[in-house]
Design a protein around this ligand. Structure first.
Ligand code: HPA
Length: 277
C-alpha cells in the first residue's frame, strides 16, 4: 500500500468511528459560505483536529470541520474550512481532505471559493461558473510517488469540470434568476495578492479569475475519478483593475454580502446534481 493511501485509511478509520454517513457530494465551502451549515440537516460533525494525520492549522480556532448531512435529501459532506498551500502545507496535505471525501463515498465534488476578477467585465459580487483552470504556477498535487489505489500516474485533464454538472449549474442559476459568468480560474500560490503586471499576464494567458485554492483540489479529485463542478464568487477586481489596494477584509466583506445569494445558489445546485447518474 502507498504511504499516501495508508494515511488516508487512518483518517477514514477516525471518520468511521464517528459516523457511517455515506455522502453523494463533497462540498468545499469557500469564503461567503461559512454559514452554509444552517442550510444542512446535520447528522454529524467532525473537527479536523480529531482526525489522526489530518493537516490542521496550528492557529487555535481556525482548524475547521466536516459537516455530514442532507440538503434537499441529497447526502453531502461539507468542508467548513479548507487547507491552503500558503499556510505552508505540502500539496499532498492540501488535497488530503478531497481524497478522504472520495473514500467516504462522494463521487461528485463541488468546489466554491472567493476569487479576484481578472476579466475586466467582472464586478465584485458576480458569480462565475468555472469552466476550466490554470494551475501552472503552483506544484501539482500529484507530484511524488503515485497513489495507485486512487488513480493513474498520468491522468487526463482535458475536461476537469464535468459537462453534465455545468449544465445543471447553469439550470440552477437560471431557476433562481441569478446571472452566472463562465470562465477560467487560475490558482496563484498566495498569500500575497498579485501584482498588476501578473494580473495583465494572467489575463493574457486566458484567466478570468484568480484565487489561492481550488485548482489543485480539482486535479486531485479528477485523479481519483470524481466528477467536479466549481463556482467562484468574484469578491474584488484583481490587482491593478481598481484604484484601491487589496485587503483580506475587502474580500471577506464582499463574500459576506453575497453569502445569502451564494447559499441559495449552492442549495439549488445540490438539488439539481444530487440525482444525476
Ligand atoms: N487574488 C487572489 N486570491 C483572491 C483574490 C485576489 O484578488 N480575491 C479573493 N481571493
Amino acid at each position: 500500500m502507498t504511504k499516501t493511501y495508508e494515511r488516508l485509511q487512518k483518517c477514514l478509520e477516525c471518520v468511521r468511528q464517528v459516523t457511517d454517513f455515506v455522502p453523494r457530494i463533497g462540498l468545499v465551502l469557500g469564503s461567503g459560505l461559512g454559514d452554509y451549515a444552517s442550510q444542512i440537516s446535520v447528522e454529524a460533525t467532525l473537527d479536523y483536529h480529531d482526525i489522526e494525520g489530518f493537516p490542521v492549522s496550528t492557529v487555535p480556532g481556525h482548524a475547521g470541520r466536516f459537516i455530514f448531512g442532507t440538503v434537499a435529501d441529497v447526502p453531502v459532506v461539507c468542508m467548513q474550512g479548507r487547507v491552503h498551500y500558503y499556510e505552508g502545507y505540502t500539496m499532498e496535505d492540501v488535497v488530503l481532505p478531497i481524497r478522504l471525501m472520495k473514500m467516504m463515498g462522494a463521487d461528485i465534488l463541488m468546489l466554491t471559493n472567493a476569487a479576484g476578477g481578472v476579466n475586466e467585465t467582472y464586478n465584485a459580487g458576480d458569480f462565475m461558473m468555472i469552466t476550466d483552470q490554470i494551475s501552472s504556477f503552483v506544484p501539482s498535487p500529484l507530484a511524488g510517488p503515485n497513489a495507485e489505489e486512487l488513480g493513474e500516474r498520468f491522468p487526463d485533464m482535458s475536461e476537469i469540470y464535468d459537462r453534465q454538472l455545468k449544465e445543471r449549474i447553469r439550470a440552477a442559476a437560471d431557476r433562481l434568476g441569478i446571472s452566472l459568468r463562465e470562465g477560467v480560474y487560475l490558482q496563484a500560490s498566495g498569500p500575497n495578492f498579485e501584482s498588476p503586471a501578473e494580473i495583465r499576464f494572467f489575463s493574457g494567458i486566458g484567466a478570468d479569475a484568480v484565487g489561492m485554492s481550488t485548482a489543485v483540489e480539482a486535479i486531485a479529485a479528477r485523479h481519483a475519478g470524481m466528477r467536479v463542478g466549481g463556482i467562484s464568487l468574484i469578491s474584488n477586481p484583481a490587482a491593478g483593475l481598481s484604484k484601491t489596494p487589496l485587503t483580506h477584509e475587502e474580500v471577506q466583506e464582499a463574500a459576506d454580502m453575497a453569502s445569502h445569494k451564494f447559499s441559495q445558489l449552492i442549495s439549488s445546485v445540490i438539488k439539481e446534481i444530487g440525482g444525476i447518474n
